[in-house]
Design a protein around this ligand. Structure first.
Ligand code: UN1
Length: 506
């Protein structure tokens, strides 16, 4: 397999298309190499600790200006950002593919997800509603107001290098917050470009102060400075459970707010009444799409004993046949893994599965456009039961398959993992579907019927329970996490009645 030009050349062309000069990303100590062919696609300068502190101070100062701008006007900023994204969708989408290795259609989808959240946030900017409550006192009114919170730090992961930032950024901005983004060190170039597109809009938006949105490039140390600084009122972090376990307590120790979106171990139950053709499609996308590197990727499949043999051999065939290779080739469905450690983790998990009699199909390294890149055949692993290795999230295309006979029991097994992000059931039986969605059903933040666990729309609240961290971002009323609530009681009478009938005359 060959590629016509290297990722370096392609990245340069895309950057020019988006109006960046050749020098924009040509120097710095943080180097980004494409997982497609290991070619360097850009370099950025990492922020030193003083630089990070200066940015926090600037954001904090400019938050005080931004919070006074009416929220519909703040929405206008986000609307213009959405326009900029529409204009640059093709180029930014391709750049996402170059930097993450996700297939072209998914790279474009990621930018579409940014555009969608812009639209959502624009509408939201006129709907930051508070309630009016019935008061027990005559001549009084009681209500709640939602106010901007302060500087919001966004720590994002490599696998959705720009969309997850946009979910947080767009909502935080209409809520009146200043934002500081620390992207993954693995994807500094898409971060630079996405942020620069917002900066261009900010430059021509008179009401927006200069420190409203800042980018901090760097590793763990930069992240820690954001996590520990009391001026950062909220930390929204997407990444591993290990990372969240460190961030959560540190932010809590200073009584800051955190929104954590951590690991998933997402499952599907396929019942005897399921539409198997539909299930096959859904399983393939959810398990091998994005090379298994979504936090919502399907990792566990429970198939009823009576249909196991009608489904699994087909799936093994599909996994064996999907085209793995250059993610810019329209025929490819599975691009490379992000890097060598990710390949190692996958092989380790497969070894663990084999050690407990797991039957591994696929999972081996295959030829790609470059020998130093990590292209793998997605693995489908038949397990007798949910062993320890199945309880872990391995960020790679491994699908563990297990048989079940009783729905109640399999729901227990489904919920027996530490993570609680996304889940689904394939069934045409109303009772089974409703049971899965009920309080006694899936314990995840996302529970679906007849669609897979991945690929959520932005309109719903996104996040999960248990080790997934409990945060909700993106749609529905997730915006409340980015604001502070004040309860207001107003007395318009000439008396001062006390609540609960308390008498206190002086
Ligand atoms: C993630 O993997 O961190 O639901 C986010 C999905 C995407 C977002 C995934 N809309 O799969």
């Amino acid at each position: 397999m060959t590629v016509s030009s290297t990722s370096s050349e392609k990245a340069l062309t895309l950057l020019r298309q988006m109006g960046f000069g050749d020098e924009a990303l040509s120097s710095g100590d943080l180097v980004s190499a494409s997982p497609i062919d290991n070619a360097i696609i850009g370099r950025v300068r990492q922020d030193d600790p003083d630089g990070v502190r200066r940015k926090i101070a600037a954001a904090d100062a400019d938050f005080r200006k931004w919070r006074d701008v009416p929220s519909p006007r703040r929405g206008e900023l986000v609307r213009l950002f959405g326009e900029a994204l529409r204009q640059n969708k093709a180029s930014l989408g391709a750049l996402v593919t170059l930097e993450t290795g996700k297939i072209h259609s998914e790279g474009l989808g990621e930018v579409q997800e940014m555009i969608d959240i812009c639209d959502f946030a624009v509408g939201l900017s006129r709907q930051l509603y508070g309630l009016t409550m019935a008061t027990e006192r005559p001549g009084h009114r009681m209500m709640e107001s939602w106010h901007p919170l302060g500087v919001t730090a966004i720590i994002s992961a490599f696998n959705f290098p720009v969309a997850v930032w946009a979910w947080n950024a767009c909502i935080a901005l209409v809520c009146g917050n200043a934002i500081i983004w620390k992207p993954s060190e693995k994807t500094p170039i898409t971060a630079f470009v996405a942020h620069a597109l917002l900066e261009r809009v900010l430059d021509r938006f008179d009401d927006a102060p200069g420190g409203l949105s800042l980018l901090v490039q760097g590793g763990r140390e930069a992240g820690e400075l954001l996590v520990d600084d009391p001026r950062v009122r909220m930390v929204s972090a997407t990444g591993s459970t290990r990372m969240g376990r460190e961030i959560g307590p540190r932010v809590a120790a200073r009584f800051g707010r955190s929104l954590l979106e951590l690991g998933g171990n997402n499952a599907m139950i396929v019942t005897p009444s399921a539409d198997l053709a539909l299930a096959r499609q859904a399983i393939a996308f959810a398990a091998v799409g994005t090379a298994g590197q979504r936090c919502t990727s399907l990792r566990r499949l429970f198939v009823h004993d009576s249909i196991y043999d009608a489904l699994i051999p087909d799936l093994i065939r599909i996994f064996g046949a999907v085209k793995v290779g250059d993610p810019l080739d329209p025929a490819t469905l599975v691009g490379p893994l992000i890097d060598a450690p990710s390949f190692k983790a996958m092989q380790y998990a497969l070894g663990q599965a084999r050690a407990v009699s797991g039957r591994v199909n696929g999972g081996e390294r295959v030829d790609g456009p470059h020998p130093d890149a990590f292209y793998v055949r997605p693995a489908i692993v038949e397990m007798v039961r949910q062993e320890a290795i199945v309880m872990d999230e391995t960020f790679a295309p491994i699908l563990y398959v297990m048989r079940y006979t009783s729905l109640d029991d399999v729901i227990d097994t489904h919920n027996a993992v530490p993570q609680g992000l996304s889940s689904s059931i394939f069934t045409t039986d109303l009772r089974e579907a409703e049971k899965f969605l009920s309080a006694a059903g899936s314990d995840c933040g996302i529970a679906n019927v007849n669609i897979g666990p991945s690929g959520a729309e932005i309109g719903g609240a996104f996040g999960g329970e248990k080790e997934t961290g409990g945060g909700r971002e993106s749609g529905s009323d997730s915006w409340r996490a980015y604001m502070r609530r004040a309860t207001n009681t107003i007395n318009y009478s000439s008396d001062l009645p006390l609540a609960q009938g308390v008498q206190f005359e002086v």
